[in-house]
Design a protein around this ligand. Sequence first.
Ligand code: T4K
Length: 371
Amino acid sequence: MDQILVTRSSMPDIEEYTNEIKDLWDSHWITNMGVKHKQLQKELETRLNVEHVALYCNGHLALENILEALQLKKGGEIITSPFTFASTTHAIIRSGFEPVFCDIDPVTYTIDTDKIEALITDKTVAILPVHVYGNICNVEKIDEIAKKHNLKVIYDAAHAFAVSYKGTNVANFGDASMFSFHATKVFNTIEGGAVCYHEDSLEQRLKDLKNFGIHGPEEVAYVGGNAKMNEFCAAMGICNLRHLDEEITKRSKVVARYRELLSGTDGLKLCPVQENVTTNYAYFPVVFDKAVFGADRDEVFQKLEENGICARKYFYPITNAFDCYKGRFDPNDTPVALDISLRVLTLPLYADLALEDVDRICEIILNLAKK
Ligand code: T4K
């Protein structure tokens, strides 16, 4: 039996993709903001209904670039949560800021907005919340806190492409949002990412920063790197965008089946459906309580693996417990995040995951439950 991995990249038919890239053989223009790049950028601005989209070679560099472009005071503190992928915290530190870790809400696993204000000091320059698993942060409360304390808000929306709240696409919240278009995401450009933002003045700075800081033929304005999206990735994005709605519908069926089979099991917690949110069904996290369920996360992980099913411990360890930050942060400062990270497992989820496979995965899990 084939292995089932935590996810599988969505890809268009090969003919559709080869057709899309044919004209690149005529132009020989294969990177540095070519026609595909421009087309995808425009299509995303329309789709997300946002003023500006800047495309990147990946989400991580998109995040580093927006942190740089906002010209925040270097060395300043950025309030964020540790229950996320390595990228979020690394981007803050690599960009010359100090992360200040706020605990997470035990229901959505996003930043606990009741705990943000106590962490604000005269060094705080921004808040960087994560729409983790595509669960939307409390954007209204974050906006209120940011306005009151004059802070910038940059969302890590890596998981939240195509998600909307009260009819507004999430790309519109805060000063900027970063999306990942990595192969593992609901919408992929092979590797890729984007920053969505409102302020016109950021446009040129972001363009310069992702292209070595080059502002004109004879002017280098910033110490920039290279973070441009190439034409082959942009072409993949153009193709995948055509199928996005269909992809999300297929994912919704997989999630519905998981919910049908796992909901109501004692000691097994699923994320509730968020009110007023149109979701993208990006991840399916399950949190185990061994005392009630009968097995812990690691036992479930192991049993699935023995059956060729590779679930993942997203997000364990939490970023403030990483080896590379040993002694610098204390994961006990964020006890909810620490606890969830020890008990969570994200189950396989992708558009073409067969419902029979979902049944099998659930059966293996439920067989571990206390009888
Ligand atoms: N912020 C957050 C909150 C993020 O989650 C991420 C990325 C970022 C920022 C940074 O965005 P990017 O710079 O990556 O655009 C994966 C992804 O590499 C990473 O993009 C993602 N988050 C993270 C949550 O998951 P790994 O180390 O788990 O990847 P890997 O290679 O183990 O792949 C996972 C599964 O995906 C495989 O078992 C099979 C499937 N897969 C993988 C690849 C590479 C495919 O089907 N096709 C593929 O090409 O990090």
